[in-house]
Design a protein around this ligand. Structure first.
Ligand SMILES: NC(=O)c1ccc[n+]([C@@H]2O[C@H](COP(=O)([O-])OP(=O)(O)OC[C@H]3O[C@@H](n4cnc5c(N)ncnc54)[C@H](O)[C@@H]3O)[C@@H](O)[C@H]2O)c1
Length: 353
């Protein structure tokens, strides 16, 4: 394997041009961007020029003919499967944006193609690379919070009707705030707790916006995890960005961790913990001097998307299993499908693994 992994990008829109390609160019020591492809000719050309990428094109076939080892797929989710299969058949390793695909059948096809071609696959659950979320995981895994009782992850934005927006067309997006933003939240809670979601229920509504198709702009979901903990994942397309808290909460028998803004595209945020390692006995006064054991964490954020490129590049160079696997993608499709079913049928649904 050459020293640097040669990359191609499929889909040069929002996330690729805003985060991944700039961070790729500024951060990645292990990867080299060789070509970008988009069905929108102007966009592919503009992105190639802006980021000094030597080649651009408008078909997967031309991209996959280039001298590249890996592709980053950042297109709408209804084409992830087709493009991943094409890339695997051309012998390219695949880093695919979330949600991995829109059905389990698609995940099956992606898995078979990757196995057959012996190429690696990694899913873009990039919130795992936020320094505060990593710290939260370390604390939870060390047992600092005792028995985990509850985890909450929230991600919101203001997303009004936009003509032609694929997220607002259910035939492409297959859902609203949950499949778009909740996907990250469900994953980050499972990853921090190292536990799987086993039961789901909740409410979803198209509460505020007049989208052309029926996708939820409000999604409030209740979960049970395999470690016995409860969970809440809440996602809204109808809260102002200026008011977004994007909260991470982890509560256990010895204390809590509270993050603010640690779930999102920015690698920063704020986080504190309140941990009482000693059992204090029952206090009927319920005195709550929360300042006593409060600890603030101050850490330098590192671009989530650049890290993702470097981590996957290293896995290719060193022939290692990527940290977010296709099986985790399959599980996330099961969880999301179970949630939509539970909401529709107004009941609690078990996630079968
Ligand atoms: N990990 C994250 O934080 C994060 C953030 C945003 C989006 N995403 C995911 O990334 C993907 C893209 O989202 P976005 O917000 O960048 O969308 P976008 O609409 O801004 O960009 C998508 C781009 O793909 C192009 N495109 C559409 N169909 C194509 C095809 N068949 N072949 C090649 N190009 C095609 C479009 O022309 C557009 O340039 C989605 O799956 C989304 O869920 C992930």
């Amino acid at each position: 394997m050459a020293e640097k992994v040669k990359w191609g990008v499929i889909g040069c829109g929002g996330i690729a041009a805003r985060r991944t390609i700039p961070e790729f160019k500024s951060m990645s020591s292990e990867g080299e961007l060789v070509s970008v492809m988009d069905i929108d000719d102007k966009r592919a050309k503009e992105v190639a020029e802006r980021f000094n990428v030597p080649h651009y094109c408008i078909t997967e076939q031309e991209l996959l003919k280039q001298n590249i080892d890996a592709v980053y797929i950042a297109t709408p989710q209804n084409v992830h499967c087709r493009q991943a299969v094409l890339a695997a058949q051309a012998g390219k390793h695949i880093l695919c944006e979330k949600p991995i695909a829109i059905s389990l059948e698609e995940v099956d096809r992606m898995e078979s193609a990757c196995k057959e071609a012996s190429v690696k696959f990694m899913l873009g659950f990039c919130m795992r690379y936020n320094v505060y979320n990593k710290k939260a995981r370390e604390l939870v895994q060390s047992g600092a919070l005792g028995q985990i009782v509850m985890g909450r992850a929230e991600l919101t934005c203001w997303y009004p009707p936009i003509p032609g927006a694929w997220r607002q067309d259910v035939a492409i997006s297959h859902g609203g705030a949950l499949i778009d933003m909740g996907n990250h939240c469900l994953d980050i809670l499972e990853w921090i707790m190292d536990a799987k979601i086993i039961e789901v229920t909740g409410f979803q509504d198209l509460m505020t916006h007049k989208y052309p198709t029926n996708i939820e702009d409000a999604s409030t979901i209740v979960l049970r995890f395999s470690n016995g903990a409860h969970g809440i994942v809440d996602n809204y397309f109808n809260l102002p960005d200026a008011a977004a808290q994007n909260t991470l909460e982890l509560h256990g028998t010895k204390g809590s961790i509270i993050g603010q803004g640690t779930i999102g595209q920015d690698p920063t945020g704020k986080m504190f913990s309140i941990i009482q390692p000693q059992e204090t006995g029952y206090d009927a006064n319920q005195v709550r001097d929360i300042e006593v054991d409060r600890q603030e964490y101050k850490m330098e954020g590192i671009g989530l998307y650049g890290q993702m490129i470097d981590i996957f590049s290293k896995c290719i160079i060193k022939d290692k299993e990527p940290p977010v696997t296709l099986q985790e993608g399959r599980h996330s499709v099961k969880v999301v499908n179970a949630i939509y079913k539970a909401v529709k049928e107004k009941r609690v649904i078990k996630v079968e693994d």
